[in-house]
Design a protein around this ligand. Structure first.
Ligand SMILES: C[S@@+](CC[C@H](N)C(=O)[O-])C[C@H]1O[C@@H](n2cnc3c(N)ncnc32)[C@H](O)[C@@H]1O
Length: 285
């Protein structure tokens, strides 16, 4: 069930009706398309649903349900709204700096390295990792699995092309993350875009994977699952943490977003935090 947390007795009849409509919409989506949003955090889900309702000039959740359940193109558009694809290169640079310091020495001891970016969005995090691995002499022995539920984001990620206007911020992030090269050497400029060196993504595999409904598909030395769990309710976070735990090798590293934490999950004791401020953890049991 969705975490419609508000005390039902405090809801107005309209709000109660809206909650029922949202539950029905999510149930319908699950049964028709297999996407399971039923345990996403309710308030942001509700906001996103209304965003689509307004975009289509509709008046109710039921109106959206009618469209979405009968038209896969409308479902695709709704996924676009629900998936919140905001991302950056070297987002939270200090986490990448810490990763270089704490995780890279361990990765250097491995003959092959498997890394999973779960919820990779349009691929900025993957390019960042590829650059970091290249600078540490590790890219050739790495395999990067980059997954997301949103196919459109993955299509974009595979291209390795980013609007040029973002390069100023990304250069700053890169330097703050401990980048040791010249950031502009990693891309060429084609009109309004930065086209990243294709070799950076030679070791990356992009594939659709849904953290809610799909299983673990490999064992990884590193998992980045950042700014994804924040959209899930507590039960779903625990469920996905189980999947992450099962997919991470012992001594492997887990990176979360800076508003996410392993604390208060069922797996808190299985990880050692690498710093009090950055969300980098090591699996210790
Ligand atoms: C805010 S982006 C995070 C991107 C990147 N990890 C970062 O931190 O910059 C969240 C991503 O999670 C994806 N996502 C949401 N629910 C998902 C699910 N159930 N399975 C896989 N990906 C999901 C969305 O499609 C979106 O691309």
């Amino acid at each position: 069930m969705t975490d419609i947390q508000s005390n039902p007795s405090l809801l107005t009849p309209e709000e109660e009706l809206e909650n029922i409509e949202i539950e029905l919409l999510l149930e319908g989506i699950f049964r028709v398309y297999g996407y399971d949003f039923r345990d996403y955090a309710f308030s942001s889900l509700r906001r996103r649903i209304w965003h689509r309702i307004h975009a289509l000039h509709l008046g109710s959740v039921s109106g959206l349900q009618e469209k979405v359940l009968h038209d896969p193109a409308q479902m695709k558009a709704l996924i676009g709204s629900l998936s919140i694809s905001v991302t950056e290169m070297f987002r939270d640079p200090l986490l990448f700096q810490l990763f270089r310091r704490e995780a890279v020495p361990y990765l250097k001891s491995l003959p092959q390295i498997r890394i999973w970016h779960a919820g990779c969005s349009t691929g900025e995090e993957v390019l960042s990792m590829a650059i970091l691995l290249h600078e540490e002499g590790l890219l050739d022995r790495a395999r990067i699995y980059a997954t997301d539920m949103n196919e459109d984001s993955l299509d974009q990620a595979r291209k390795g092309i980013i609007p040029l206007r973002k390069m100023r911020d990304y250069t700053r992030n890169y330097l703050a993350a401990g980048g040791s090269g010249e950031f502009s050497e990693y891309y060429s400029v084609k009109s309004e875009y930065a086209v990243f060196q294709p070799e950076l993504l030679n070791h990356a595999v992009f594939a659709q994977h849904n953290l809610v409904t799909d299983q673990s598909f490999n064992e990884f030395h590193v998992i980045f699952c950042r700014n994804v769990l924040i959209y899930f309710n507590k039960d779903l976070q625990d469920q996905v943490h189980r999947l992450i735990y099962d997919s991470l090798s012992l001594k492997g590293f887990l990176a979360l977003g800076n508003r996410e934490s392993i604390n208060f999950t069922h797996h808190a004791d299985s990880y050692q935090p690498m710093s009090p401020s950055e969300r980098l953890y090591r699996k210790i049991r």
